[in-house]
Design a protein around this ligand. Sequence first.
Ligand SMILES: NC(=O)c1ccc[n+]([C@@H]2O[C@H](COP(=O)([O-])OP(=O)(O)OC[C@H]3O[C@@H](n4cnc5c(N)ncnc54)[C@H](O)[C@@H]3O)[C@@H](O)[C@H]2O)c1
Ligand SMILES: [Zn+2]
Length: 352
Amino acid sequence: MKTIITASLSDELGAYLSATPFDRIFVLTDTNTREHCLPVLRNVPQIADARVICIAAGDLNKSLRQLSDVWTVLSNDRATRHSLLVNLGGGMASDLGGFAAATFKRGLRTLNIPTTLMAAVDAAVGGKTGINFNGLKNEVGAFHSPIAVFISSLFFRTLDRSNFLSGYAEMLKHALLEGDSTLADILSFDLDKDLQDYARLNRMLAESVSIKEKIVEADPLEKSARKALNLGHTVGHAIESMSFADGRPLLHGCAVALGLVCELYISFKNCGFPSSKLMDIAGFIKAHYPPYAIGCSRYGALYELMRHDKKNRGDAVSFALLAQVGQARVDESVAQALVEESLDFYHDFFGL
Ligand SMILES: NC(=O)c1ccc[n+]([C@@H]2O[C@H](COP(=O)([O-])OP(=O)(O)OC[C@H]3O[C@@H](n4cnc5c(N)ncnc54)[C@H](O)[C@@H]3O)[C@@H](O)[C@H]2O)c1
Ligand SMILES: [Zn+2]
């Protein structure tokens, strides 16, 4: 897989597509990326000539029904193993399009052009694809690496602040896995004033993507080291699922940010993660991310959601934790009482 972070997207994409012959090119967009992002590529002849498949936007639509709609177009318009599916959108498009491609004729090639920060630093890179099913996030899916990922911050100009914050939480997670200087860079970026500093953002983006790629390359099928990328996600996914069920859906990264507060607290208690770092990071998250109140009467339900996590073996809930910034511990089992204590910490810290 090739990842290209570029300031001249149309030229580089055009050159790449000319160099690789495909019999047909399909472009998957959602309703928003068709409006805001497809026009950015109007000067790429192969994209201008491609068959556009447009699906409804939003994670609730990362569904079997929309997957079936994509398969139907691919089938009716005679996609073959020599065709290409370009996923132009956020993580919803690359997850659903990637899974459609993984399964259609047992494997169609895909190319990802992430248009959200979340997709650029995380979802579009690394080959995990899937859909939500039976009320559970990413319940059905496959590993299917794109042949290339083209990343450009051009798209972020139309992205709203919440979606920017959502992606930024994954950058924070990558920095926590990498080391102190990367973390200092992430915490010092002023999310109110520096947002137009595209040069700095591009540099931070490139570093963040390379951290994820390094981890994925070492362990593509998530047997061990890749599990570190789940930091913040055991509690985060459960909060995300609960927020959907409550009808007050949180964006994935915003739920992960709250999950990070809890999991760094657990790291402090179980692995000696420094309390000063815990307070700095929790302070950053509190300052920027929307809170989500979870009364203690719902801790049991939240813990049940964690037990559904794909990372678990049997009934135990398994965590990725940190001993230090840059030192992950994977497959850590944590007692339910400590998970609940971490939720108390989050609640008190946020003043909920
Ligand atoms: N496969 C993985 O490794 C992985 C990793 C992280 C997240 N994910 C998945 O990714 C999804 C979340 O990704 P996301 O946050 O990108 O969500 P998303 O794709 O739903 O995009 C968020 C919203 O922004 C809109 N949008 C996209 N690009 C835009 C642009 N440039 N300008 C204006 N609006 C734009 C979309 O239409 C959507 O309404 C979840 O389904 C999550 O499970 C997967
Ligand atoms: Zn994530």
